[in-house]
Ligand binder design. Structure first.
Ligand SMILES: [Zn+2]
Length: 379
């Protein structure tokens, strides 16, 4: 296994091929930002360890003594140590790197605190909360690790940084170059996408390369779009199924970074090129499995499982997070998922999950099977 795979991958929302195009742009500002964005290859592993020590978990099951005493009609002055289950709630910690690359930066908003003057801080806070809500309300999971992991984010990373990423412990957002990309906190599905890399990290641990890496990317798009749908009250049929709608400035000829409904149609732009995602295994893009080629096209081939989910969700109808999302959640969080599972293996896991939850002859099983058949993974 290459050494780079020993530590959690740095999962960015923008694939390297987009930044590479911008790095040779005529506008020196755009080219400089793209090169700096690509070049941020810090000693992530050491930094990750430092952050891991700072990552906090809320104390579980402890009710403030006075509350418990009141409930029992006892003297409020008595201090009694009791344990009970607190209703789960997120624990969010938003930081401002103040245009430096030091993480996590200055703590600027904590859980329950009022909004601040900085929209990026509030957008990050809300997006983290919406992602936590999806996991808790739809699947009963308390945060990414299922144990109330505090959700940490940093905004204003570097200057005009053209990306957002999950580094294995926290979220990081750039402000964008302002020419092609706006700030990266503006899309709730992008935040959901990045945090879902944490969910995958704590569960299936899908290796970030080739078909498994494309599945890792796709799982993040699936839960990213579900965060947006739950937040906006959209059904499978009213959702736009777009990831990163609103990231592009008006200058870009495109509607979003990716379309789960019609992979390959999200943008076609002079500077950014054309959305390269396939929506069927016959069009799988086979490239070397190295960082230079996006670990084997993980952001490209994710279009195939993305569309399988879209097809399954639309066949089921209603709220996609309820049944299709539940099936994908069950598959990703199942015990013993091979870390190198391929498309066919993951398809079988989702069929098994649908079978277990809804029954072998259910419409849900048929929807999942037909979804994968629609992209050529199941024949
Ligand atoms: Zn990703």
């Amino acid at each position: 296994m290459p050494p780079a795979l020993l530590s959690p991958p740095r999962c960015t929302i923008l694939p390297p091929y987009l930044l590479r195009r911008l790095s040779v742009h005529d506008d020196p500002h755009v080219a400089d930002v793209a090169r700096r964005t690509m070049g941020h290859d810090q000693p992530w592993r050491e930094r990750r360890m430092v952050i891991a020590e700072r990552t906090q978990r809320r104390p579980r099951g402890l009710v403030p003594p006075d509350l418990e005493v009141r409930a029992k009609g006892l003297d409020p002055g008595r201090r009694i140590q009791v344990t009970a289950t607190l209703p789960a709630a997120p624990e969010r910690l938003i930081h401002d790197t103040e245009h430096s690359t030091f993480l996590p930066g200055r703590l600027v908003r904590t859980e329950g605190a009022d909004p601040v003057d900085d929209p990026a801080v509030n957008e990050a806070y809300d997006g983290l909360g919406a992602t936590w809500q999806l996991l808790w309300a739809a699947y009963g999971r308390d945060s990414l690790d299922g144990k109330g992991l505090a959700l940490t984010a940093s905004v204003h990373f570097d200057r005009d940084y053209d990306n957002a990423f999950w580094d294995g412990t926290q979220m990081v957002f750039g402000d964008g170059d302002g020419v092609y990309f706006d700030g990266f906190t503006s899309c709730i599905d992008v935040i959901g996408h990045e945090l879902s890399h944490g969910l995958t990290q704590y569960t299936a641990g899908l290796t970030y390369v080739a078909q498994t890496g494309a599945l890792n990317e796709s799982v993040s798009d699936v839960f990213g779009i579900l965060v947006k749908q739950l937040h906006a009250g959209e059904t499978a049929h009213t959702s736009d199924w777009l990831i990163g709608k609103g990231l592009f400035t008006d200058r870009v000829n495109g509607i979003a970074l990716r379309s789960m409904k019609e992979p390959g149609t999200a943008y076609d732009d002079h500077a950014l090129g054309r959305d390269p995602q396939p929506g069927h295994v016959d069009d799988y893009v086979e490239v070397p499995h190295d960082a230079e080629h996006d670990n084997g096209g993980v952001h490209t081939n994710s279009g195939i499982p993305n569309r399988a989910f879209y097809l399954a969700a639309c066949a089921m109808g209603g709220n996609a997070w309820e049944r299709a999302g539940q099936v994908w959640f069950d598959a990703v969080t199942a015990k013993g998922v091979p870390k190198d599972v391929d498309f066919a293996g993951f398809a079988a896991l989702t069929v098994a999950a649908a079978n277990k939850r809804f029954g072998a002859t259910s419409a849900e099983v048929a929807a999942v099977e037909n979804g994968w058949a629609g992209v050529g993974v199941l024949r």
